[in-house]
Design a protein around this ligand. Sequence first.
Ligand SMILES: Nc1ncnc2c1ncn2[C@@H]1O[C@H](COP(=O)(O)OP(=O)(O)OP(=O)(O)O)[C@@H](O)[C@H]1O
Ligand SMILES: [Mg+2]
Length: 404
Amino acid sequence: MTDDVLKAKQRFSIIGNSPALLAAIERAVKVAPIDLSVLVTGESGSGKEFFPKIIHAFGARKHKKYIAVNCGAIPEGTIDSELFGHEKGSFTGAINTRKGYFEEADGGTIFLDEVAELPLTTQARLLRVLETGEFLKVGSSQVQKTDIRIVAATNVDLLKAVAKGKFREDLYYRLSTVVINVPNLHDRGEDIPLLARKFSADFSEKYLTAPITFSEEAKRAMMLYRWPGNVRQLKNIVEQLALFNAGEEISRRQLIELLPLDRSGSSSLVAATRDGSYESEREMLWQLVYQLRHELSDLRSRIDGITPEKEQPYGSHASTQSLIKYEVSPTDNDKCDSAVEEVVAVPTLEDSERNAVAAALRRNGGNKKKAAEQLNISPRTLYRKIHELGLQLDEGTEPEQAEL
Ligand SMILES: Nc1ncnc2c1ncn2[C@@H]1O[C@H](COP(=O)(O)OP(=O)(O)OP(=O)(O)O)[C@@H](O)[C@H]1O
Ligand SMILES: [Mg+2]
């Protein structure tokens, strides 16, 4: 590990010594002084947000501004104005002339997070500013100049987005002069229990509780699990354990209970059995019971997300009636027992939406893209819903504007 890699790790509290993680940090440190665009790739929750910060802090622009923009969280109608500014009167509500991030951060670095979410029209503006340093405020014909370094990040396969016509090929090549791939947590071996220990210490400090520890079997299980939500998912799970099991040594069972099933329906437990560590039949049965419990709660949260107007007529869900509490609508036929209606609390549409969004995020370990896919909405709509419904997101996932 070079001195600079160590410094970067210390400065940003990055935990881990796996070769793939260290190689990614080293790449960031090496490219920092060279003024090139960098594309950071990696699954959701893998820790991409450290990398633009390292690049800014270890480069010549470190005393200038650093602005992080979450492209997926800004409504399509305002993103051009956010990035490039607007002229007074250029659209309804444009009361004053406003500077965009590209003007504000002149001389510094802009981090374009979730860059695949940029609308095609904004991609064209971005390409121009990257190639010539020139841009126009929305509603203005006066060309302005700026000197910005771009670091972009994405958890989607941009080449696939190019193939689908959703991302400009020329912009892809312009952005990806240097690519830094952040490894999946699953591939980081011993880093996993190391991170769990660090998060345990952090949360015990935050909640003023005794830290949790992990049994050897729990550590083995966490090294076998797939971690679809990567470090963010591990952090969330350690937080729950730190809150509700303070001071305990966490067993494999306690850990596994909190791991969701993956989308194929196969359990994380299946992966954990491959090393032959669960020999006894009893153990396997126990796992099946847990698997069923997970499936049931998954089913429940899916049902919670179904809005009444999308429902089939009452009575067509004979096998799930006991689970579906609020599908009874006033238009339903006489089978609706008014006594039942009285005792069953009918949640509002907003409650149903909140449940569905929260359940989808939970099921996908906080992975917003996968959650949006499951909910059959765009990531942008998901962000809007998260805001509207007052759901809490992991820090760093909000649009932010910060200076290092
Ligand atoms: N190596 C690490 N050491 C300590 N904390 C980490 C590490 N990697 C990630 N984290 C933490 O995990 C969380 C998720 O990381 P981050 O927000 O960077 O993910 P991401 O790759 O940007 O995900 P997304 O694509 O969903 O935006 C953050 O709280 C971050 O601080
Ligand atoms: Mg991110």
